[in-house]
Design a protein around this ligand. Structure first.
Ligand code: PLP
Length: 423
């Protein structure tokens, strides 16, 4: 028996042996179609020769050098290429090892920014109930998943949670999608006023909600209103694109489709595409200059930040997404897959909603399609579906969880962008 400490101590999982294109193979020779890229990570499949070569070349040259002593070409080139394609106004890139680190960095940068500009009372964050921002304590505090938060609540910073933009469940029949989005976005203004604008430093949101909601996109106009409210009260808008960024929704950054730019943006998962662990926090010049012209030191950092080998991998990935047209391919193949699913399940009594953008697609599983009634939580339908599809050789990312007291079963599909029709 191995001494490894697994996540699920009672589960016996197959051992992975090989990855090839969109397939994974275990040590028993069983083949799996990777329909979710883990959790929206493997956007280029499992054997991309260009990314593998970039990693090998960098390891041959120098695998690691600490950012306290050196900068590196791959880290600088990655930052430049990210900014070349980033939403307007984002100007600086802080490289870390994954999503939670990127979100923690965003939290601490928000706080330090307000200290630097002489607004020390701003320390509170607002986020949304249906959200996941990572598992480290700051990121967990931002997230709204009750099940994940509950055991660690005494350790977490105080956060306010407003409603998610969840048209399928919450739009009133007499309301247009646009009006619904405005009404829900206005909850942010009410919450800022209730906490006190001089206390609030940032609003955190995933443009397309991933792990807690199965690829839930906002309605038209929602994020423009959110941007307006943040500007009105001097609150930073932090968009968490750890899951939905890097071409997953059919554009390199998900917020491009909502016509807004954040003050801070986080990415991870698809940035390294599973070839290396890497994440990034992007911020505006205004925030960067506040630190440069103030203490001159961002009081945060990790040993592996700006890791040369991880950066070389991410640069190769990013080149394929942009110059190689793979982000656009995510849009095209996503439309095809979503339409196919909508046709296939048009009358299925237990498929309530099929939604998403690009190759980021969610199916909401319900007990009754007409009334949208969820299944009894004790049935854990999402988990049963995961088991059944896995046994059949298809990997998808299910979710059965209690969010804000409402039970939801979702399946998230996020295959790699090299997926073909026959798959
Ligand atoms: N933010 C979002 C939106 C995520 O989906 C995740 C992970 O699922 C994270 C942050 C945390 O990323 P990581 O698991 O790399 O720490």
């Amino acid at each position: 028996m191995s001494h490894i400490f697994p996540r699920h101590t009672k589960a016996t999982l197959p051992t992975i042996e090989k990855g090839e294109g969109v397939y994974l193979y275990d040590t028993n020779g069983k083949k799996y179609l990777d329909g979710s890229g883990g959790a929206a990570v493997s956007c280029l499949g499992h054997s991309d020769p260009d990314v593998i070569k970039a990693i090998k070349d960098q390891i041959d040259a120098v695998p690691f050098a600490h950012t306290g002593f050196f900068t590196s070409k791959p880290a600088e080139m990655l930052a430049d290429k990210l900014i070349e394609h980033a939403p307007e106004g984002l100007d600086r890139v802080y490289l870390v090892s994954g999503g939670s680190e990127a979100v923690e960095s965003a939290l601490k940068l928000s706080r330090q920014y307000f200290l630097e500009i002489g607004e020390p009372s701003r320390h509170r964050i607002i986020a949304r109930r249906q959200s996941y921002h990572g598992n480290t304590l700051g990121a967990l505090a931002a997230g709204g998943n009750i099940w994940r938060r509950e055991p660690f609540a005494p350790l977490m910073i105080e956060t306010s949670h407003i409603s998610p933009c969840y048209e399928y469940r919450d739009r009133k029949p007499e309301e247009s999608a646009y009006d619904y989005g405005q009404r829900i976005a206005n909850e942010l203004e009410a919450e800022i006023l209730s906490v006190g604008a001089d206390q609030v430093m940032a609003f955190f949101a995933e443009p397309v909600v991933g792990a807690t909601s199965g690829a839930l996109p906002p309605v038209e106009g929602y994020f423009r209103r959110i941007r307006e409210i943040c500007d009105k009260y001097g609150v930073l808008l932090v968009l968490d694109e750890v899951m939905c960024g890097m071409g997953r929704t059919g554009t390199l950054f998900a917020c491009e489709q909502d016509d807004i730019s954040p003050d801070i943006l986080t990415v991870a998962k698809g940035l390294g595409a599973g070839y290396q662990p890497i994440g990034a926090m992007l911020c505006t010049d205004k925030i960067y200059r506040a630190i440069e012209n103030g203490t001159g030191f961002f009081q945060h950092g990790h040993t592996y930040m700006g890791h040369p080998t991880a950066s070389a991998a991410a640069l190769a990935v990013l080149t394929k997404l942009t110059d190689g047209g793979l982000a656009e391919r995510s849009r095209q193949m996503g439309e095809k897959l979503r339409t196919g699913l909508q046709n296939a399940f048009a009358k299925h009594p237990n498929v309530g909603d099929i939604r998403g953008r690009g190759l980021f697609i969610g199916l909401e599983i319900v007990k009754d399609r007409d009334t949208k009634t969820p299944f009894d939580p004790s049935l854990a339908k999402g988990k049963l579906l995961k088991k059944a599809t896995f046994e059949a050789g298809l990997i998808c990312y299910p979710m059965s969880g209690t969010i804000d007291g409402v039970h939801g079963d979702h399946i998230l599909l996020a295959p790699s962008f090299i997926i073909e029709d026959q798959h």
